[in-house]
Design a protein around this ligand. Structure first.
Ligand SMILES: Nc1ncnc2c1ncn2[C@@H]1O[C@H](COP(=O)(O)OP(=O)(O)O)[C@@H](O)[C@H]1O
Ligand SMILES: [Mg+2]
Length: 254
């Protein structure tokens, strides 16, 4: 079943067309998004997650037109993401960072918290348990370190926490922008295993992953989409796109 579709998605920054007429679809699958530096991959995710408004085109999520919706609304509808650079709050604890991922899901409002403290406490307890469960899935040590500030946490675990925070609210679509950036080869493979486990556990999460390491892309993606200069130039299995002449020249001649 189709989860997300973009039609002719386009954005101009002054004279630069950073995303140019992209028709993209994702169903229940992991799609790898690749392309040379500056080809518009991050901008595409920024459009889908509502950070940028498109100059042209449409974004359809689960049959609903969400073009122009704010990032908050997009997240509430079920699209969650991570960023190319770490966006954790360094001074906050592991758990507090995780709870931010549930912020838009919180049912208790401030006045209910005052009038019905027990209801509020129950909801917080449930949220914390959910955070622990997801953290344990990535690394059980993180549950033990849950009250420590992010500054004490090594990079691989910070990357894990970012992905964990993005999935704790049970999104239907997860957007990962270079989740292995800054990791060494061994940590990268570990991270890929973690991401694969998310899909094994929950087939109801579709994932778009931007990644520059071709080995990673070939091991994780069921389908690959290739961008060059803002345009989608190819899609298919990894072996199909890696044989594609246009793709080869984009990478070599770029
Ligand atoms: N907010 C912005 N204002 C102006 N230009 C931008 C902005 N965001 C991205 N760009 C430009 O759009 C192009 C695509 O960038 P980006 O999507 O970050 O590429 P990628 O993630 O594929 O490396 C680049 O030329 C970049 O400089
Ligand atoms: Mg990028």
């Amino acid at each position: 079943m189709e989860v997300l579709r973009t039609e002719n998605l386009t954005i101009n920054f002054g004279g630069l067309r950073a995303v140019d007429g992209v028709d993209f679809t994702i169903a229940d699958e992991i799609v790898g998004l690749i392309g040379p530096n500056g080809s518009g991959k991050t901008t595409f995710l920024n459009l889908v997650s509502g950070i940028y408004k498109p100059t042209n085109g449409k974004i359809i999520f689960q049959q609903e037109d969400i073009t122009g919706a704010s990032p908050d609304i997009v997240r509430q509808k079920g699209i969650s993401r991570t960023f190319q650079t770490n966006r954790l709050c360094l001074k906050l604890s592991v758990l507090d960072n995780m709870l931010l991922g549930l912020y838009s899901k919180q049912k208790t409002s401030w006045w209910q918290a005052i009038l019905k403290p027990n209801y509020c406490r129950a909801e917080i307890k449930e949220s914390i348990e959910k955070c622990f469960e997801i953290l344990a899935h990535f690394n059980p040590e993180l549950v033990k370190k849950c009250y420590e500030p992010i500054t004490t946490i090594p990079l691989i675990d910070r990357r894990r926490i970012e992905v964990a925070r993005a999935i704790v609210g049970e999104p239907r679509l997860l957007l990962l922008d270079e989740p292995t950036a800054g990791l060494n080869a061994e940590e990268t493979m570990q991270m890929i295993k973690d991401i694969n486990k998310i899909r094994e556990k929950n087939k109801k999460i579709s994932i778009i992953i931007i990644e520059h390491d071709m080995q990673v892309i070939s091991s994780i993606s069921e389908r690959v989409v290739v961008f060059n200069a803002g345009k989608k130039i190819a899609e298919g299995t990894f072996s199909e796109v890696s044989k594609n002449e246009q793709v080869r020249s984009a990478y070599l001649g770029g």
